[in-house]
Design a protein around this ligand. Structure first.
Ligand SMILES: [Zn+2]
Length: 363
């Protein structure tokens, strides 16, 4: 789980002007951004705790045209001068303890070119960009693609890669010159990636846990998890504060905790050898979320960990580790399901001796 937040205290303290237009340097030129209350979603308008009065919106194609001139575009191929926290538009001032290393507002090309020089989003981009390549190159070959497990294999691949795609795009393009409307749409994309991981990605674990239950109870639990996930999606897309974004996954998370407890008590299915990773996949991501929310350690040393080792960098690494645990648990559970023959009358499961040797899914 990961979070990108607007600091509410900073938002409130800076929300003194009626007009929320913000200006910032765009590769040496100046541009302005503002959101119309008619066009922005409830997420963006409510996150900012106020309704802007400027009628124009950067999400409107008529007003979102780049003001960057041709000579300025050429300059994008050079490393731009990095800015300080106070130089940034309000929607990018989400961490008041990271003081330097900010990219100026840029075009799409400028954002993409920022992959090749160091700034305060470089670690965030790399830590979630590299797993996309690794997962797509390595994980599909580990999956059992037989008919019985094809759907769950797809769920795992999509659930393992989606959060990195959303996060990579969000961090790379968060400073787009098009303004805060686009910024909050990118934030929603990031939340959608997390939701896919929490819903589709968790289905193999949920299915393994109820694998040997009667079909009514089995499908009731799976359906309940799907419904809670859909509720979480609605909350994620309509959240209006950082804490609402954190809590929108609470119900499916709570259900996973209950299922994990049943597994620990041996009252449910799933590979016993996967229990450590089943526990770690949520525990590590919660730890990462707490570190990100508390702005540790930069709140103790403002400005000293701007480029690396700040809370968001640490959170990114921890959620990668959490998804690694999800991957290990899923592979182990799929292997267990492929080898398990459930008894006719209950939750008792036995391993078929003919299938007791794991084959293609060994790591
Ligand atoms: Zn992030």
């Amino acid at each position: 789980m990961q979070y990108h937040e607007q600091n509410p205290l900073e938002t409130i303290s800076l929300q003194t002007s009626e007009n929320m237009s913000s200006s910032a340097v765009v590769n040496g030129s100046s541009t302005s951004s503002s959101c119309s209350s008619n066009s922005v979603s409830s997420v963006q308008s409510s996150v900012m705790f106020a309704t802007p009065t400027t009628p124009a919106t950067p999400c409107d194609p008529a007003t979102a045209t780049s003001k960057t001139t041709a000579p300025m575009r050429l300059l994008e191929r050079q490393d731009p001068e990095l800015l300080g926290w106070a130089d940034m538009p309000q929607h990018l001032q989400f961490n008041p303890y990271v003081l330097t290393g900010y990219r100026p507002l840029q075009t799409v090309r400028g954002c993409m070119y920022s992959l090749f020089y160091w700034h305060n989003e470089t670690i965030n981009i790399l830590t979630h960009g590299i797993p996309i390549v690794y997962i797509l190159a390595i994980v599909p070959a580990m999956m059992p693609w037989e008919n019985d497990f094809r759907f769950l294999s797809w769920c795992h691949i999509i659930g393992a890669v989606a959060p990195w795609i959303g996060s990579f795009v969000y961090h790379l393009f968060m400073n787009l010159e098009k303004g805060e409307c686009i910024y909050y749409k990118l934030l929603q994309l990031d939340m959608l990636g997390i939701w896919i991981s929490q819903s589709f990605g968790a289905l193999p674990m949920v299915t393994a846990t109820v694998f040997c239950l009667g079909w009514k109870l089995k499908w009731s639990v799976i359906l309940a998890y799907c419904m809670l996930s859909l509720w979480g999606l609605y909350k994620a897309m309509t959240a209006f504060s950082p804490w609402q974004r954190r809590l929108c996954f609470l119900l499916p998370f709570t259900m996973r905790v209950l299922l994990t407890m049943l597994r620990m008590l041996r009252l449910a299915g799933g590979n016993p050898a996967a229990l450590t990773h089943v526990f770690l996949q949520d525990a590590v991501s919660v730890l990462g979320g707490m570190i990100g929310a508390l702005h540790i350690p930069e709140k103790w040393f403002p400005g000293s960990v701007d480029l690396y080792l700040n809370s968001h960098n640490i959170m990114h690494v921890l959620v990668v580790l959490a998804v690694y645990s999800m991957h290990q648990a899923t592979v182990s559970d799929l292997d267990w399901m492929s080898r398990t023959k459930c008894s006719d009358n209950g939750t008792d499961a036995s391993i078929s001796p003919l299938l007791s040797e794991s084959s293609h899914m060994d790591l």
